[in-house]
Design a protein around this ligand. Structure first.
Ligand SMILES: [Zn+2]
Length: 643
């Protein structure tokens, strides 16, 4: 009896003592990015020194003395950038100083004819952010002057995305709200002898504009000579349905001699026999972008009309028309577009990918539509940070996917909790485990941020699961995970384990079970691996890689569909995740920032976490109460290989 008590005390003491290093170093373990192992700080330093030495030696014979040894590129400066830097300096600061008014009024004017993509995230951030920074307001204006392409689902999706990014428009407006006023101004323009109804066809107009390559002299057609009365009559005839599409259009009488093609008598109105989703059958003619945009900017009192540089040449006609017709003059300025290389953003191509079922829909996590980026789990705050980091200039930027992902990774690193997940589980039975070894272990959700709290999971040594990639049938000296006769640490568990034997499925050659024992002697194992107990949840994990193989799919021989990456989605249908996922789901959104909090709980994609040693993940919208589906948001480090 006394012996039993003494033994129990000694056991407990031994456990306590042995638990300490693992328990203590648990949160302090660091990822060795080369091997993917969790190791102690000291071990990591040792490994890095060894690698540096090796790299130096390798570099020396090839490099003459003058060349500095090639060090690994330094990780980008971690010092966090002022989140409002893009408004305080550079282009946007200059734009403000050009017209330092109060209040600032901007607009975000999407055409509701498709889903927004990553480039629009920049436009939203600039327009809403600029006004917000200066204490002003922003209209969300649907530029709905082309009824042919507009669909209700696009309107809703656009509003959702603006809110998701954390912005609130002061009002939702429609260019079509101004159709009456625009029509009156078109008549006024005719009265000023600054517009005429033209019946020329495309070929004639091309000739008037200098023909092929603009080689021949430019000239005006005879319609430009018509009287004001004639033009008014003809324009009203257009309005009243006398003409079919393309038979007549209203042209602005600008300056055909100007060097700027945007001044060569642009179209102001065209005949379109299409009902409009808001004005119904009222109109048979619709104003063009060039006629509408500048005037509605003036109606809404826009102070700074910010658009991409493709509209740079349009600025002249924008100002010309406003000066002719309205008192209030908004100011248009242009910034460089954002796109992501190795992706396609054109509506036609995206539609083809969706129609041919190459992707799961417009919100496929491999697409750079905003709904796709959202479904993938990229937090809105990470997008804002990315745009801010890039800054705003007049140059178009084509950003590599890897840079975008690096930015997301940095954001997630600070803001989401950690869980243990195994992609390809293999059962491990710890043979010498006793009933008493089954115990609760407490794991912090974050190594750095105690505010995220902690949670308990069951350590079930009679049956735990580790990842297939963490076991080798044959050990080697430079390998530090599990192998017969080798010891490895189990993250957060009381003792390391040593494999003793394993069984294999003869048919597949795959290991089906590993037998192991506790290794209570080894106090500091070289490496730690994650595991899931017998109470883990089965999950489907989707690992996404870029959809295309090259940086420029459009240039691929035979078109972008020939550039598809066959491994762009790899599915692990039998993955296991620890029970901590329940609390993470309950407590979402992660992080509680930028937009998602305004939408209540946020969607499934706001359930974000880092799976230790694996990647960052978010819940996919295919998840149900009974089935968890996860998308990889980004890997833990840059993927240099694969596909
Ligand atoms: Zn003409």
């Amino acid at each position: 009896m006394a012996d039993a008590v003494a033994n129990a005390v000694a056991d407990a003491a031994a456990k306590l003592k042995l638990t300490e290093p693992a328990g203590e170093s648990g949160p302090k373990l660091q990822l060795d990015e080369v091997t993917g192992e969790m190791v102690s700080k000291g071990e990591l330093k040792k490994r890095q020194a060894k690698r540096a030495k090796k790299a130096n030696q390798a570099a020396k014979p090839a490099q003459p003395a003058s060349a500095a040894p090639k060090a690994a590129p330094k990780p980008k400066e971690e010092a966090s950038l002022d989140p409002q830097a893009m408004f305080k300096q550079g282009f946007l600061n200059d734009v403000y100083n050009e017209r330092p008014v109060n209040p600032v009024v901007t607009r975000f004017p999407p055409e509701p004819n498709g889903f927004l993509h990553i480039g629009h995230a920049k436009a939203i951030t600039i327009n809403f952010g600029f006004a917000k920074f200066h204490g002003g307001k922003t209209f969300l204006r649907f530029d709905d002057t082309n009824p042919e392409a507009e669909k209700e689902e696009y309107f809703t999706a656009i509003v959702d995305m603006v809110h998701w990014l954390g912005f609130s428009p002061c009002a939702l407006t429609y260019s079509s709200d101004s159709f009456d006023r625009l029509y009156e101004l078109a008549e006024k323009l005719i009265t000023l002898d600054s517009a005429y109804v033209c019946h020329c066809n495309d070929e004639q107009i091309k000739a008037q504009r200098g023909g092929e390559k603009g080689a021949s002299p430019r000239f005006r057609c005879e319609h430009a000579e018509q009287s004001v009365e004639h033009n008014l009559r003809e324009f009203r005839a257009m309005r009243d349905g006398k003409y079919k599409p393309r038979e007549a259009f209203l042209r602005m009488k600008q300056d055909i001699t100007d060097g700027n093609p945007q001044m060569w008598d642009l179209a102001a109105y065209r005949v379109l026999n299409q009902p409009h989703h808001r004005t119904g059958d009222k109109w048979k003619i619709y104003p063009t972008y060039d006629f509408t945009h500048c005037l509605v900017d003036s109606f809404e009192g826009i102070t700074h009309s910010l658009c991409t540089t493709e509209f740079y040449l349009s600025r002249q006609s924008y100002e010309w028309l406003n000066q002719k017709l309205v008192d209030y003059q908004p100011m248009q300025r242009e910034y460089g577009r954002l796109s992501i290389s190795g992706s396609v953003l054109s509506k036609r191509k995206l539609k083809e990918l969706v129609d041919k079922k190459i992707v799961r829909g417009w919100d496929d996590p491999r697409l750079y539509t905003l709904i796709g980026v959202k479904r993938r789990g990229v937090p809105p705050g990470a997008i804002l940070e990315f745009v801010n980091e890039l800054g705003v200039t007049t140059t178009n930027s084509i950003i590599q996917i890897t840079r975008f992902e690096q930015s997301i990774r940095r954001y997630l690193e600070r803001t989401v909790p950690r869980l243990m997940l195994v992609l390809e589980p293999v059962r491990v039975v710890i043979e010498d485990a006793e009933e008493a070894d089954e115990t609760d272990v407490t794991i912090p959700f974050s190594a750095k941020n105690p505010e995220m709290g902690d949670h308990k999971i069951k350590f079930t040594p009679k049956e735990i699961y580790i990842d297939r990639s963490d076991f080798r049938e044959v050990d080697s000296k430079d390998y530090f995970r599990l192998a017969p006769g080798k010891t490895v640490g189990l993250l957060n568990a009381p003792f390391p384990i040593k494999a003793t034997s394993f069984t294999k499925d003869e048919a597949t050659g795959k290991v089906t079970e590993i037998r192991a024992v506790f290794d209570k002697e080894t106090k500091k194992p070289k490496a730690f691996i994650q595991w899931v107990g017998s109470d883990g949840r089965k999950v489907e994990v989707r690992i996404h890689q870029p959809l295309f193989l090259s940086e420029n799919p459009a240039a691929a021989e035979g078109g972008y569909l020939n550039d598809l990456n066959p491994n762009s989605e790899i599915i692990y249908s039998d993955a296991l995740i620890e029970s901590g996922i329940d609390e993470i789901r309950r407590r979402a959104p992660w992080p509680e920032a930028a937009g998602e909090d305004k939408l209540g709980k946020g969607g499934p994609e706001s359930v974000r976490f880092q799976a230790t040693r694996v990647a960052y993940f978010a819940l996919d919208s295919d998840s149900t109460d009974d089935k968890i589906v996860l998308n990889r948001i980004v890997s833990l480090k840059e993927d240099k290989e694969k596909s």
